[in-house]
Design a protein around this ligand. Structure first.
Ligand code: ATP
Ligand code: MG
Length: 572
């Protein structure tokens, strides 16, 4: 492509509303434009990168037996009702009606649709396993679209779904997809880590996230030298973890004191009451009431810790977990919100669950709400004053925590960008949608499923986020929009002839850009750096005297001279 003909609208100024380096550079290099919040246009240069990423993914899917299809983006409500997700997916689901009032959504993910196809057309175990995938625009009405194409309302995803006759086969195949996803990340040139994750709105029993490491990443992950890695949402806490020992809260059992009610007018938070009583947060038993699928439950966590709602949801195996409304809290605690505690509350049901996090079990003479307006209790002791129905790991992991696997090392906290997510779904969708096949004995079984998403558009931004400098983008050769850019110092005479010749020859092998514009060399160099093209070939009268051109790799500082006839040799 000749630069003078190319539609590459670069910007000199850094767009002020761009909230990440990748978005700034995508706008400046003319890869994308913003149409509306979370909605972006892909311009030719950006699309080239997107397509390169797509191609890498397609090749790796072919390697593991994936078959590509294309599903509709507009999906009928009825299928989503079969799994209950029409309601559960909540506000992120973009809903619409046709002229006759029939309801649809714009697909955020396609488990229901693929399961419907397979239940109609796959009858026998002989047709299994089956791996189907697509590249498609997805729609999610994200609560806070941000970071450009990384968290958009409309984005491009590869979603894959596999169907198996047995758990064993599904488990083995999961590992194969894991391998393919790792290869995709490697081929894109990523420094990445694979971590255990929560399954969220997709569901299923287990999932892994593929994280591109970047300080600016939205996801916080923990990892250990022993190999354990998890998203903080998922990270397990060890029962007696080091971070709990910061303060030795527990006293010998003979030191337990008499329960005491204290007047704490208008003091509600751990902070407020802590200051008033001169007690550390570690002494507090924070009490939070939730509605789990509509049923009230009470949870307890140490004052300096937080409940991890994703973990709690997993523990309860519920679909919906929300903070209890004021009315429910008042009914259970006999007080306005802010005075709940585990001692003397009103049991709303006989099977009421009082779930204590591991962090509270060693608190001796603890403090909590008194279930009475403007009162707290001091010297609360587990066993004597309250008995949890369950003690479990339901808190958010904190710095200083021990690795839950090896239990030897402290976990390391870092940030990443989630580019891929693989799920073991089991029979979640096949059961809900009655999708069955006949096994070799003629018995009807539910398909065992897996699903595997990778954010193609997010990968483009993640690549920039991980690899850039003050001059611009530094593309990995595998996904670069052009492999090389030829820069004639001035596009005339012999310099032009040699530039054209190199361009013609290289174009047979690579996608290359020839900067034929009537611009100063400095401007051309600046643009080449901004666009991040891996190889820059500069043609000048000076080096032509020796029949040479200048080669510079974008990711290196050094400049080399190369004989013209060698330019066609492999660069990569
Ligand atoms: P997140 O936790 O970031 O919201 P998710 O768990 O909702 O992601 P999945 O449903 O697993 O995402 O989707 C698969 C992949 O699609 C993600 O790994 C990510 O790369 C991409 N993706 C998800 N949401 C968006 C979005 N709003 N914009 C761009 N890419 C996205
Ligand atoms: Mg999401």
């Amino acid at each position: 492509m000749k630069f003078s003909q190319a539609f590459i609208p670069t910007l000199k100024e850094t767009p002020s509303d761009a909230d990440t380096i990748s978005l700034k550079l995508m706008l400046r290099a003319g890869l994308v434009r913003k149409l509306s919040s979370g909605i972006y246009e892909w311009l030719p240069l950006g699309l080239r990168v997107l397509k390169n990423v797509e191609q890498i993914i397609r090749e790796e899917m072919a390697q593991i037996g994936g078959q590509e299809l294309l599903l509709p983006a507009i999906l009928p409500k009825e299928l989503w009702e079969e799994t209950g997700r029409w309601n559960l997916y909540g506000k992120e689901l973009c809903r619409l009606k046709d002229r006759s009032g029939r309801e649809f959504c714009l697909g955020p993910t396609h488990e229901e649709i693929i399961t419907d196809i397979v239940r109609k057309d796959v009858r026998s175990y002989k047709q299994l396993p089956l791996m189907l995938y697509q590249f498609q625009t997805k729609f999610r009405d994200e609560i806070r679209p941000r970071f450009g194409v990384m968290r958009a309302k409309e984005f491009y995803m590869k979603d894959a779904y596999s169907f198996h006759a047995t758990e064993e086969d599904a488990g083995n195949y999961y590992k194969i997809v894991y391998g393919a996803y790792s290869k995709i990340c490697e081929r894109c040139g990523f420094k990445f880590r694979i971590v255990e994750a929560t399954t969220g709105a997709i569901g299923g029993s287990f999932s892994d996230e593929f994280m591109v490491m970047a300080d600016t990443g939205e996801e916080e992950i923990v990892s250990c030298v022993c190999g354990y890695g998890a998203n903080v949402e998922k990270a397990e806490c060890v029962r007696d973890s080091s971070e709990l020992k910061v303060v030795a809260v527990g006293l010998p059992s003979h030191d337990v004191a008499v329960l005491e009610e204290i007047h704490t007018p208008n003091l509600k938070t751990v902070d407020e009451v802590g200051k008033f009583l001169n007690e550390k947060p570690e002494k507090f038993i924070k009490t939070i009431i939730y509605l789990a699928d509509g049923k009230p439950i009470m949870t307890l966590v140490r004052g300096d810790c937080e409940i991890n709602e994703e973990k709690l949801k997993g523990f309860l195996k519920c679909d919906e977990l929300i903070l209890a409304d004021a009315q429910t809290v008042e009914k259970i605690t006999d007080a306005t919100v802010g005075f709940a505690g585990p001692v003397h509350f009103r049991l709303p049901t006989s099977d009421f669950r009082l779930i204590a996090d591991f962090s509270v079990e060693n608190i001796t003479n603890g403090v909590s709400g008194a279930n009475k307006k403007d009162y707290h209790l001091k010297n609360i002791n587990i066993g004597r004053d309250y008995k949890p129905t369950e003690i479990a790991d339901i808190r958010k992991i904190k710095r200083g925590a021990l690795c839950p696997r090896c239990k030897k090392h402290e976990l390391k906290f870092s940030c990443g960008i989630e580019v891929g997510h693989t799920f073991k779904l089991g029979t979640k969708y096949s059961k809900a949608m009655n999708a069955t096949f006949l096994d070799e004995k003629g018995r009807q079984n539910f398909f065992i499923m897996g699903c595997y998403g990778i954010g193609v558009s997010r990968i483009v931004a993640a690549a920039i986020e991980q690899s850039n400098d003050e001059s611009g983008i530094i593309w990995n050769e595998s996904i670069a929009p052009y492999k090389a850019i030829i820069i004639p110092i001035s596009y005339e005479g012999k310099v032009k002839d040699v530039s054209d010749e190199i361009y013609e020859k290289l174009s047979q092998k690579y996608d290359v850009l020839l900067d034929d514009r009537d611009e100063r060399a400095g401007v051309k160099f600046k643009d080449a750096d901004l666009l991040g093209i891996p190889v820059r070939i500069t043609v000048s009268e000076k080096t032509l005297k020796e029949n040479k051109v200048e080669i510079k790799y974008r990711n290196k500082n050094s400049v080399n001279l190369l004989a013209i006839e060698k330019v066609l040799d492999n660069f990569f």
